[in-house]
Ligand binder design. Structure first.
Ligand code: 4NP
Length: 168
């Protein structure tokens, strides 16, 4: 039971730049949690493994594609993931295999931290083992494919979190 205002679960989405895929996941997740009444119980953030876009807003193509489906990414700003995030977040969710490798190397062999790291595709039966492909160097329809896959996977993630909250 939540007796204070502290979130009971924390979710961090991680990609390379933190301007395309992971902010998109953050925006979708915030809206889904709001829709199922869990926004106050689950904290959401996103970060990049690379340093290039710290402080930057999301890529304008990602903002436009998300806005077309009712998600507002405009307040989000880039930050770089750090080892302490593995301690602070219950779910640290990678978009692709490179992100997974980088995150696992930050866990320093600690099993309890490695267990928090997952691939987003693994939350959907349809996308199990698949990466969310990087749309940065592609055309605008890449951003719609990213949205399609992330929406599907986040439905599965919300079920996973709901079950975990119910067990707690
Ligand atoms: P993201 O896409 O990882 O989905 O945010 C990228 C954004 C920027 C760069 C690479 C990937 N970059 O090299 O600047």
């Amino acid at each position: 039971m939540n007796v204070g205002n502290e979130p009971e679960m924390r979710v961090l989405f991680v990609c390379l730049g933190n301007i395309c895929r992971s902010p998109t996941a953050e925006g979708i997740m915030r809206q889904r949690l709001d829709a199922v009444g869990l926004a106050g119980r689950v904290a959401v953030d996103s970060a990049g493994t690379g340093p290039w876009h710290v402080g930057d807003p999301p890529d304008r193509r990602a903002v436009a594609a998300a806005a077309g489906r009712g998600y507002d990414l405009s307040p989000l700003r880039g930050r770089q993931v750090s080892p302490v995030d593995l301690v602070d977040f219950d779910y640290v969710i990678a978009m692709d295999e490179n992100n997974l490798v980088d995150l696992r190397s930050m866990a320093d062999g600690r099993c309890e931290l490695l267990d928090r790291i997952a691939l987003l595709g693994d939350f959907s039966a349809r996308h199990r083992g698949q990466p969310v492909g990087d749309p940065y160097y592609g055309g605008t329809n890449g951003f719609d494919r990213v949205l399609d896959m992330i929406e599907t996977c986040i439905d599965g993630l919300v079920v996973d979190i709901t079950e975990r909250l119910d067990r707690a």
